[in-house]
Design a protein around this ligand. Structure first.
Ligand code: PEP
Ligand code: MN
Length: 352
């Protein structure tokens, strides 16, 4: 845990807290901020190591000199904001004609928009529409994880071809979901710019390792039944492969029965931003499952600290092969939404 003390707190009070911590058998490393002219403005922070329990955190919080207690237990070192000295960005080089795209703190809000499933006739116009509306990346599934084996499973390799041909015309990098370790090479062959791990594969550790090994940017979605702790620990499988290009994606969870497709988990944006150094994307379409909800949920996520937003779009949703009901189809509306989300993001930048 990390303890932040009030500026101007008394040395004796801070020592009381440390004595308590040592009584519990924990170790404390104290640090002070830059020396200010008056010692009253000195910042004091303690790092506490050992088997820190919730009860310890709660007791430390009761001391008057303590401003905040931040729990870092459970966040692996590879993606810990504290251990890595701040938050980091991920850049997609985009060698296919367009500009590189950066996601993360300090970069503009990144918009990932595209078809749910790649189809032959509408992928290109949908992705062009997304670009004209202000999107930075296109998404499109060539391999689709479906609840029923009788449902359309994606165009597979043909889908990757269509997606990457569209990329040549549009100029935005593309994100596509890898379902199976056996397909990773195919994604490399088509030089897919960012590999998505979908919610159903969130704990397919072999797949996380293989995708991590490619060194490619990865959009890693939270499993819809995984706790945040399980999510960040599994994310470490990717980082452990010397892959620093990991982006975390929240997309709603199976809750207690939401009125939406999934129960929104955008409050976890705040948690992830405080504890991890990773860029955070919120998936508006797969969390809500409602085209009519995407705008307002996007407002919440953009103002709530997301570094990127993902949504399904389609120029002709009635012909979409998957998830047409949740795809935004109006260029005018999409343009307005993206402009608003960017504004909200900018207004809240820098607020801890
Ligand atoms: C998708 O992005 O197309 C998708 C299937 O998402 P999720 O894994 O979040 O359900
Ligand atoms: Mn979808």
């Amino acid at each position: 845990m990390i303890i932040q003390y009030y500026v101007g707190s008394a040395q004796e009070q801070r020592e009381e807290v440390r004595a308590k911590i040592r009584e519990w058998g924990l170790r404390v490393r104290s640090s002070t901020g830059e020396k200010e002219e008056s010692s009253d403005t000195q910042i004091h922070v303690d790092n506490v190591f050992g088997n820190v329990k919730d009860a310890h955190r709660r007791e430390v919080e009761t001391f008057d000199c303590v401003k905040a207690v931040i729990s870092i237990e459970g966040v692996p070192q590879n993606l810990s904001r504290v251990r890595r000295g701040g938050r980091h960005t991920v850049t997609l080089p985009n060698p296919h004609g367009g500009k590189p795209v950066t996601l993360g703190e300090g970069a503009p809000l990144a918009i990932i928009a595209g078809v749910c499933a790649v189809d032959r006739d509408h992928t290109l116009p949908s992705h062009q529409m997304a670009k004209r509306s202000g999107a930075d990346l296109n998404r499109g599934g060539a391999f689709k994880p479906r609840t029923s084996p009788y449902d359309f499973q994606g165009l597979k390799e043909d889908g990757l071809k269509v997606l990457c041909e569209a990329r040549e015309a549009v100029g935005l990098p593309v994100v596509s979901e890898v379902l199976d370790v056996r397909d990773v090479d195919l994604f490399m062959k088509y030089d897919v710019d960012m590999l998505q791990i979908g919610t159903r594969n969130a704990q397919n550790f072999e797949l996380l390792i293989e995708v991590g090994r490619t060194g490619k940017p990865v959009l890693y979605k939270r499993g819809f039944s995984n706790s945040i702790d399980e999510f960040v620990r599994a994310a470490n499988y990717i980082m452990e492969q010397d892959n620093d290009n990991l982006v975390l994606c929240l997309r709603g969870v199976k809750g207690i029965g939401s009125s939406f497709r999934n129960q929104g988990d955008m409050d976890e944006i705040v948690y992830l931003a405080q504890l991890t150094d990773r860029p955070i994307v919120y998936d508006l379409s797969h969390s809500s499952g409602k085209k009519s909800a995407v705008f307002r949920i996007g407002n919440m996520a953009a103002a709530g600290g997301a570094d990127g937003l993902l949504l399904d779009v389609h120029v002709s949703p009635q012909h979409a092969l998957v998830d047409g009901f949740q795809a935004v189809d109006s260029e005018e509306e999409l343009t307005r939404m993206i402009a608003m989300w960017r504004q909200l993001h900018e207004l809240t930048v820098g607020i801890p």
